[in-house]
Design a protein around this ligand. Structure first.
Ligand SMILES: Cc1cc2nc3c(=O)[nH]c(=O)nc-3n(C[C@H](O)[C@H](O)[C@H](O)COP(=O)(O)OP(=O)(O)OC[C@H]3O[C@@H](n4cnc5c(N)ncnc54)[C@H](O)[C@@H]3O)c2cc1C
Length: 290
């Protein structure tokens, strides 16, 4: 790793000022679980590393009076995994966390880092896109709100400016209990996914009013399955219908081969895992209503 200067601001305002001094040669660091590996392999060679660890009040999980659930960007993934508030609001997040890498990584990694990294194999971007979550950012230009499903532009590429930081993640007040996330790994259960499917069904009067379905690890950004969503609209979510609709997923996707599997393999996985994710979402909703 090349030498660098480590700076320790205590507020987001101070951090973006430091990042703005030399944005092309600076990098923010949170948990460091991804950035350190990129620096060791000299993919990134910043001369200034701005640590976010000493920022006061950067880690919190709270519900607002309007019902929105807010998570500070510096909140550790293990705190999210164990949060009673998140388990009540969006249990799919806590359930997914158990298989998101190992406990050592989850004890260090933050939600801000997990969403900023831009590796298309990550678990949280399809899940939070599916739940219509947004990130709130700060830069010298001011604050802005970006839907998680608009954050990713390409392989390791986000729409964040070099001197822009995520300071908060926000989830809508009401999240349907008909939600699921399942991933297929080729080694241990907590490995990087060869394919991840996130489902959120909005069910009213036993019919699917709308849905959001995202797939990770098949392209350079999380992929929304719009045609699949349309096929579900206004239908009764019977196991037979969900299985029939899932069979058509390979018509909609164009997977890219990578170190976790060939395009053909991912296409075959997609049919099986979309079916499982839809059925799991349906069962989660039914069990929640009991
Ligand atoms: C062994 C191992 C296994 C893993 N397995 C999985 C897995 O199965 N599934 C999965 O999803 N992930 C997996 N990961 C990736 C892990 O989730 C990420 O490394 C982690 O989430 C990054 O968070 P961090 O806080 O450590 O980020 P850092 O490493 O500190 O930063 C990551 C990137 O985000 C930027 N950044 C950090 N915070 C902010 C912010 N607030 N605003 C703007 N930019 C910011 C940094 O500059 C850097 O570019 C694995 C990682 C390891 C090391």
């Amino acid at each position: 790793m090349l030498p660098f200067e480590l700076l320790n601001p205590t507020s987001f305002d101070e951090a973006i000022k430091l990042l703005s001094l030399d944005p092309d040669n600076s990098k923010p660091i949170a948990g460091g679980t991804a950035l350190m590996l990129m620096m060791k392999s000299q993919i990134f060679t910043p001369t200034q590393v701005i640590s976010l660890r000493n920022i006061k009040d950067g880690s919190y999980i709270r519900t607002e009076t309007n019902g929105e659930l807010k998570i500070g960007a510096l909140t550790k993934l293990s705190d999210i995994e164990n949060s009673v508030l998140i388990a009540g609001h969006a249990p799919v997040i806590c359930q997914a966390m158990i298989k998101l890498s190992n406990v050592r990584v989850r004890n260090a990694a933050t939600i801000g880092g997990a969403l900023s990294h831009g590796d298309p194999h990550m678990d949280l971007p399809p899940i939070l896109s599916c739940l219509s979550a947004v990130v709130r950012t700060i830069s010298p230009k001011g604050k802005r709100t970006i839907p998680v499903d608009s954050l990713y532009l390409g392989y390791y590429e986000t729409c964040l400016e070099p001197n822009e930081l995520i300071y908060e993640v926000s989830l809508p007040a009401s999240i349907s209990p008909y939600s699921s996330y399942i991933k297929c790994t080729t080694r241990s259960a907590d490995d990087w996914p060869a394919l991840g499917v996130a489902v959120n069904l909005n069910v009213k009067a036993n019919h699917i009013e709308s849905s959001r379905i995202f797939m990770g690890s098949i392209a350079d950004v999380p992929t929304r399955l719009v045609q699949l969503e349309e096929r579900l609209t206004a239908k009764e979510p019977t196991p037979t219908l969900l299985a029939l609709v899932a069979d058509l997923v390979s018509e909609e996707i164009d997977p890219v081969s990578d170190h976790l599997g060939s395009a053909e393999y991912k296409r075959a996985l997609a049919k099986v895992y979309v079916k499982r994710a839809l059925l799991e979402a349906y069962n989660n909703g039914v069990n929640h209503a009991k």
